[in-house]
Design a protein around this ligand. Sequence first.
Ligand code: GSH
Length: 212
Amino acid sequence: MAVEICVKAAVGAPNVLGDCPFSQRALLTLEEKKVPYKMHLINVSDKPKWFLEVNPEGKVPVIKFDEKWIPDSDVIVALLEEKYPNPSLSTPSEFASVGSKIFPTFVSFLKSKDASDGTEQALLDELKALEEHLKAHGPYVNGANICSVDLSLAPKLYHLEVALGHFKKWSVPESLSHVRNYMKLLFERESFQKTKAAKEYIIAGWAPKVNP
Ligand SMILES: N[C@@H](CCC(=O)N[C@@H](CS)C(=O)NCC(=O)O)C(=O)O
């Protein structure tokens, strides 16, 4: 029987997959493990009553296991690993935090209106750390096979590419060739192509945060 999962619908297009990186992470895990699933698209600006009843906190993603709805992508990914161990996507503990500061530093730089406030450099420092990691261990975070950290980073790096390209005409420097190759490898995967949000919805999602 297919697993049921609630994910974000696109803003202004409730029948289209939306721009939530945590939802995409859960979908990527299902796709990579080839677990059949039924997706419910949730309009987060007008949440359905049934959704709030099963998930009072109201965040997506939530997944239904054994008649119970479970929120939070960290918990969902851990549960999927436990229930569907093959192929294994588990990440060795020493690599668990690789790239973990990229998303918050990207968001600070994206929202910044002051070119000298250090937010661009902070993001570059995090991307350089990822570059060094991939140079030593790549092409994925744990070597030849994709793992859970890659599936968490992939949607975030996609938001970074789309939003910084659009709002700041900024892209990952060519000198960070391992990071650029990593992004290409991730974005080309079938699982990613199937679960990604359209660029227009990613831009629409960030617009109110960039220009509040
Ligand atoms: N820590 C949560 C974060 C989930 C989250 O922030 N989801 C956002 C969409 S990207 C959401 O549901 N926003 C709607 C709301 O908060 O009402 C996870 O990893 O699943």
